[in-house]
Design a protein around this ligand. Structure first.
Ligand code: RAT
Ligand code: ZN
Length: 411
């Protein structure tokens, strides 16, 4: 019986068409913004951080000055040839190589480059194939009107691929105020450096307008660990969140994703790989959920710490929804623990995972890897339910999996 339940869960998970609620991928019509291929895969910042551990003598500036292919070759040699790729990003890349029939023991990237060059002759077919093989039916992008390359696409207009849905990302607009003021003003948003009523109102209207233009599913922002709501000092971003973002979320009836715990650029020399983690302030999240009962807060935490408190908070506030095992906790050892705890405390009412893919083909490897630990954790949980005398059958398990992983944040 135990074995059957586990096998059933694993099979249904394998077959499930997934809605990936957070990625950094773009609609294929946005051209080169959608990254793909071996050089992008190897220079993914998760690998780059590991390269500097393997080669502490390497000067970051010299590394980033190298052409992309040279950087990719270096990562391959150091992390995949000279050592076993035992880390989660390493095993992910091996998974990907296998999926494309490539040799993960190869001494260089020649075969991989040839294979992807062939596939990328027809980029649309490649996108279709990756999505089909990853069994991902919808991908949520991360969209920022203040990114000039991205904005050019939206202003030009393009036929949307319905599989790529939008999320309005707020970091660049609110996190380093007033840095964004000139860029916002250039977009016709009538803000000024101070937090005047006019600024707040203009920012709210800007959010509502771009949310509409993107046809976004939600708004999102990544936050440092310490939030300090409501009276934690003079944080400008917190005032903007409270006075402009949350009213916009209420007005739009759209969820707000809070991605909490990142300490940006603790080592700026590593660029994208230079961010770190801190222990999040879950009590502030509770207070926000309490103060804004009409806003649905989608919350993911970057640290292992705070995950239990977040589950308890979500039991108190139905407008709080944990999602995904984000970035540094997207490693099986920690993700298993977090997901089992969420199931114990919340049942099937949360979104267990997102991929955070930055390069198209990572959809395949990241979901392949996540499906493995999800199958273990969910298999255990259903086996326990069956052992307790609960009814576990195909229809019920499929229903639950669709609710957790196949519908995004739609309820
Ligand atoms: O996971 C990542 O690639 C990070 O660099 C971040 O982009 C993070 O996921 C975020 O959305 O801020
Ligand atoms: Zn992300």
């Amino acid at each position: 019986m135990r074995v059957d339940v586990r096998a059933l869960v694993a099979r249904l998970l394998d077959e499930l068409p997934i809605v990936d609620v957070h990625t950094h991928l773009y609609d294929p019509a946005m051209g080169e913004l959608l990254l793909a291929g071996p050089d992008e895969l190897l220079t993914y910042h998760y690998h780059v951080a590991e390269l500097f551990r393997a080669r502490p003598d390497l000067d970051p500036e010299a590394f980033f000055a190298m052409p992309r292919e040279v950087r990719a070759d270096l990562v391959w040699r150091e992390l995949f040839v000279k050592r076993s790729p035992l880390s989660e990003p390493g095993r992910g890349l091996v998974t990907l190589w296998r999926a494309f029939g490539l040799d993960p023991g190869a001494g260089d990237l020649r075969e991989a480059r040839a294979c992807f060059a062939e596939r990328l002759r027809d980029p649309r077919a490649h996108v279709d194939d990756v999505l089909a093989r990853a069994r991902v039916r919808e991908v949520c992008m991360t969209n920022d009107p203040l990114d000039p390359r991205e904005r050019a696409c939206w202003e030009r207009g393009f036929p949307r691929d319905p599989r790529f849905v939008a999320a309005l990302r707020l970091d660049s607009a609110i996190m380093d105020w007033p840095r964004a003021v000139p860029a916002l003003r250039a977009l016709g948003c009538d803000v000024e450096d101070g937090l005047s009523a006019r600024s707040i109102d203009a920012l709210r209207r800007y959010l509502v307008a771009w949310h509409g233009r993107f046809d976004a599913r939600y708004m999102a922002v990544s936050l440092p660990p310490e939030i300090g709501y409501p009276d934690g000092g003079q944080k400008t971003w917190l005032a903007l969140l409270e006075r402009a973002v949350l009213p916009a979320a209420e007005e739009l009836g759209t969820p707000l994703a809070l991605m909490i715990g990142v300490r940006r650029q603790v080592n700026p020399r590593l660029r994208l790989a230079g961010d770190s983690v801190g222990v999040p302030d879950v009590e502030s999240i509770e207070r926000l959920a309490h103060a804004f009962p009409r806003v649905r807060f989608l919350v993911t935490l970057l640290s292992r710490e705070g995950q239990h408190a977040l589950c308890v908070a979500a039991r108190k506030f139905a407008n709080l929804e944990p999602f995904g095992c984000w970035w540094f906790v997207n490693v099986p050892s920690v993700a298993r623990e977090i997901t089992a705890m969420r199931l114990d405390l919340l049942g099937p009412n949360f979104v267990p995972q997102h991929s955070d893919a930055r390069v198209l083909e990572q959809l395949l490897s990241k979901w392949e890897r996540s499906r493995r630990w999800l199958a273990e954790v969910l298999g255990d949980q259903y086996a326990d339910l069956a052992a307790a005398g609960g009814v576990v059958d195909e229809a019920r398990v499929r229903r639950d999996l669709i609710a957790m992983l196949g519908r995004g944040f739609a309820r």
